[in-house]
Ligand binder design. Sequence first.
Ligand code: ADP
Length: 363
Amino acid sequence: MQNEKIIEVFKKIKYPGTDKDIFSMHMVDRITIEGNQINIQISIPHTDNPYKGDINLSAMTEIKKVYPDAVVNIHFKGGHEFDTNNTPTTSKIKNIIAIASGKGGVGKSTVAANLALCLKKQGAKVGLVDTDLYGPSIPIMFGLQGKRPEIKEINNVQNIVPIMAFGIPIMSIGFIIEANKAMVMRGPRLGAIIKQFFNQVLWPTLDYLIVDLPPGTGDIQLSLVQSVPVTGAIIVTTPQRVAVADAIKAANMFTTDPVNVPLIGVVENMSWFTPEELPNNKYRLFGKGGGQQLARLYQTKLLGQIPIVQNIMEGGDSGKPVSLDEESITAQYFNDLTTNVIDQVAKRNNNKAPTDMLNITVH
Ligand code: ADP
């Protein structure tokens, strides 16, 4: 076995978010060959760098192609300083999915968090962005309160390293500003922050980036569609009439000119309540049919109906969303919803052209 052959492998592995390979970025520190063992040390910016898994998998796969019988050990070391002019981009994100609602408290963040976890469980590469400045709940739902992301300067540009939880890179407005300060921020400042969340966060290669929006149709929604091409939007509502009336406004904002972001579907949350001791009884506390009505109105799919269950609320509060619990019956509702989302996103991509970024300034 030869070092040169292994170096060739690393020349083909790009550092996520850049067009540079990790060998020319001086990240391969050492290669030693002993018998059939290949030991490699790779330096990365930080030991919990979100791309470690990607790099490890690519390296293992490619080396095995060259030396199928070798035992490959890859050791990652933190503290790597970049010295190249890389510009991270969102070009390695296949689908950007906005999670929207007409009003607050309908379970939008709960759906975003559990959808992200189920996508991950079903084998997708997924990231999560929380732009809900009125109450960024994603840090709490993932047990990341008080965490601050690492800042990495690349080519004189400050880049944010997303925080990892359960294998998902996460960025939240709650990591950078206190909620009471975010609420009084004006449009242009918010717009700049949203742009930064996409263009200056070191996102790894992703199949889906889930964006939890604030409720309603405000500056953040507009900044989002001006910053990135949004693949599609999912509208979360309760079955209640007033919630549906508000959800229509949110849906209209996406589907009409000039925004033109297609809907992936509707999620009806808090559809019914079933007490543990009476599992066959369904109490429809918020009425019936709102999700279906909304989906029909926009000729889109009702992706799922989620009942009111205590462990959904508890999972959110305790930093371990219910979808992490394989045994839970409730998790199955989110799994089914996720299968429908994957399906509908694929259909959208087959039937419609990619979304154009909104290029106008809205005053
Ligand atoms: P939004 O993002 O729309 O403001 P959240 O996802 O923060 O709403 O949910 C509001 C509250 O309701 C949270 O405390 C959450 O845990 C709880 N919740 C959401 N959906 C359910 C559900 N299906 N069953 C029980 N509690 C829920």
